[in-house]
Design a protein around this ligand. Structure first.
Ligand code: PRX
Length: 655
């Protein structure tokens, strides 16, 4: 394994983790998932998935559950439906229009209650506006917005008219927008004037304007007003959201979409510098998110569900927008950061809306631990009954802290492992059934067939570790990489025959519980965000002072991993702290602020093999301050000692 050469020590420690938590009896008695569900799904996994598909509203029934031409799947073949109808119309028709879909809480403290009926009307008006402006079935629409209600409205309006949305996280830079918009050949961008983040204004439209100089295919830009400062609007191309919806009726005929029509693209980092446009289609994706949202979160009529992720990532797509809305849930949508105006903002929100299910990330939990329990204790969190974790492995200490201080010792925790590619949760406890262990995502979801295999693709017996693979298709699986079918096959389906390679290392204990260990490829996981080492390297060498760069992930107490760069400069430039800061900023500007490297070490030479390959394994050891592994293949061994000294100084400075 690459990122986990020394993972065996960690796994030893994890396997010694003896604490276990049975589902509380009262919770188990009412739980949605009943004993026997795993066996039932295993007996006939197609019947299991189709029982969930049958809960959706179809305008034409499907003929076959699955057509599998490995590795290309078609689920619910021949069926027709519309995602926005399933998210909205269905509930309104059933007399639940006055039910709250979102409690929206803006960062400055503005609040809105949005019912299902109101959300449907907003979606219809905006969808009509999109159609009138020429957006049609089969188009791709880029969305670059803050976490305001207009963001789900925009997504659902795209779905209504049959255009696939490609949401670009609002923290990405203009370069990142350019790549994504051009790759997907988007003709429309939906954005906002600005957003709020930690009390500051984020210039979204300005960032889009910079990108627009390099996106020749974009014909129209629609701008929602969030902050209200003047922004540049180009006549003929840019339109205000309010003008787009003005005079539009509150009904809109939905497109009948084939089960396999594209619902959305979501770009994610792989091992190359070019992000991949992960493709999700309509029926299978909705089936996967509906089933998992119901069973893993044990959703009940009176629950108030809050997923704190950003809609710009898959977690927000699946568990803020599509899963909760398809299940008719009542959710919280929060625009801002957890520390604004103070470090108790999340707990203030939990108390205000009496949130019952909270879904957040380990990096956030570790940050709350650092801030101290006093912020938590200011608030009444007794409404909570279930907690979730997602995005990276959760260490047992953080799990226990979450359990005690947020869950009051009474709430089960569901640690959910999944990916942009899986579309929905793939490995997680079912909270009324599963005995949980701090640090383990426990068992595959019913219908999912997972395994751990060794380098040769052989199943590793219980008690061992290796590559996590999925051995059969599942409805919400990615259908491909946009415009790159070969890359899809190559990345996910070629290392082992007949297995989907997720790219994570994982151990499985003797009871069959899964313990995730992080990525095994050149992908870092920083605060639950996937960032490719190659992308950061490309951004660095794009700077005129840089000759060569190598980037590795370094273990970090709060963010899981931190970005650690080794840079050699052109000419005889030895580097300086100022240049270091400039390069960090350069990366942030190229890729988005959240990718700003934490550590940057200058070096005359990067450690290379005699054949000229950068020895990343060695750099990882250096970054972690570990004893170095085998250095016999190193071309020039003097490089390393100096590098170790410098990296140590850099790490000391940052901590
Ligand atoms: O490494 C795994 C980690 O996040 C990766 C997927 O990232 P992304 O596609 O951005 O989706 C994140 C949200 C689903 C995985 O390959 N990961 C996600 N959840 C967990 C996890 N690692 C361990 N435990 C988890 N619960």
């Amino acid at each position: 394994m690459t990122t986990n050469d020394h993972a065996s020590d960690t796994i030893e420690a994890l396997f010694k983790e003896q604490r276990r938590f049975e589902p509380p009896a009262a919770f188990a008695a009412r739980a949605n998932a009943k004993a026997g569900i795993y066996e039932e799904a295993e007996r006939d996994y197609l019947a299991f998935w189709s029982s969930w598909a049958d809960k959706l509203e179809w305008s034409a029934p499907y003929r076959d559950v699955l057509e599998w031409k490995e590795p290309f799947a078609k689920w619910f073949v021949g069926g027709e439906l519309n995602a926005s109808v399933n998210a909205l119309d269905r509930h309104v028709k059933a007399g639940r229009g006055s039910r709250i879909a979102f409690y929206f809480e803006g960062e400055p403290g503005d609040r809105r209650e949005i019912t299902y009926a109101a959300l449907l009307a907003d979606v219809c008006r905006f969808a009509n506006g999109l159609r009138e402006r020429g957006v049609k079935k089969g188009d791709r629409v880029a969305i670059y917005m803050p976490m305001i209600p207009e963001l789900p409205v925009a997504m659902l309006a795209c779905a209504r008219v049959g255009a696939a949305h490609s949401v670009i996280f609002g923290g990405f830079s203009s370069d990142a927008i350019v790549d994504r918009v051009n790759d997907a050949e988007c003709s429309t961008i939906i954005t906002a004037d600005q957003g709020w983040r930690r009390g500051k204004k984020v210039p979204l439209k300005d960032t889009v304007d910079v990108a627009l100089a390099q996106t020749p295919g974009v014909e129209r830009v629609i701008v929602a007003k969030r902050v209200g400062d003047a922004v540049e609007m180009k006549a003929g191309r840019d339109a205000w959201w309010d003008d787009v919806i003005a005079g539009q009726p509150e009904t809109c005929e939905p497109e009948a979409m084939d089960s396999e029509d594209l619902l959305f693209l979501l770009y994610t980092s792989g091992t190359t510098a070019k992000p991949k446009g992960i493709m999700h289609t309509t029926a299978g994706y909705l089936t996967g998110v509906t089933a998992t949202h119901d069973l893993v979160f044990d959703l009940k009529e009176d629950d108030i569900f809050w997923c704190t992720a950003d809609i710009g990532w898959v977690t927000g797509h699946s568990y803020i927008v599509y899963g909760p809305l398809c299940n008719g849930a009542v959710s919280v949508l929060y625009e801002g950061t957890p520390d604004y105006p103070d470090k108790d903002r999340l707990w203030d929100i939990v108390e205000r809306y009496k949130v019952t299910i909270l879904y957040t990330a380990p990096t956030a939990i570790r940050t709350f631990m650092k801030w101290g329990v006093e912020y938590v204790q200011k608030h009444d969190l007794s409404s909570l009954r279930l907690l979730g974790s997602v995005g990276e492995p959760i260490n047992p200490e953080a799990w226990m802290w979450y359990h005690e201080h947020i869950g009051g010792g009474r709430c089960p925790i569901v640690d959910t492992w999944w990916q942009t590619e899986t579309g929905a949760i793939a490995i997680a406890p079912l909270p009324g059934i599963t005995t949980t262990k701090p640090g383990s995502a426990t068992k595959p979801f019913p219908g999912i067939l997972a395994d751990i295999v060794d380098e040769a693709g052989k199943s590793v017996p219980l008690g061992g570790g290796g590559y996590i693979v999925l051995r059969r298709p599942w409805p919400s699986m990615l259908r491909g990489i946009y415009g790159a079918p070969e890359r899809y096959v190559e990345t996910y389906w070629s290392k082992f025959e007949h297995m989907y390679l997720a790219g994570d290392g994982c151990n499985r204990d003797v009871e069959g519980d899964y313990w995730f260990m992080g990525r095994i490829d050149d992908v870092m996981n920083v605060s639950g965000h996937r960032i490719s080492t190659t992308e950061v390297e490309s951004a660095l060498v794009d700077h005129p002072a840089v000759a060569e760069a190598a980037v590795v992930g370094k273990t970090d107490d709060t963010t899981g991993q931190a970005i650690c760069c080794f840079v050699s400069l052109r000419g005889s430039n030895p580097g300086s702290p100022e240049l270091g800061d400039e390069l960090r900023k350069h990366v942030g500007d190229k890729l988005g602020k959240f990718t700003t490297p934490k550590y940057l070490t200058f070096t005359q030479e990067l450690p290379k093999t005699r054949s000229g390959k950068i020895m990343r394994r060695l750099l990882r050891d250096i970054a972690e301050g570990r004893m170095l592994g085998d250095t016999t293949t190193l071309a020039d061994s003097s490089v390393v000692a100096e590098l170790q000294e410098r990296a140590k100084a850099e790490a000391g400075k940052e901590d």
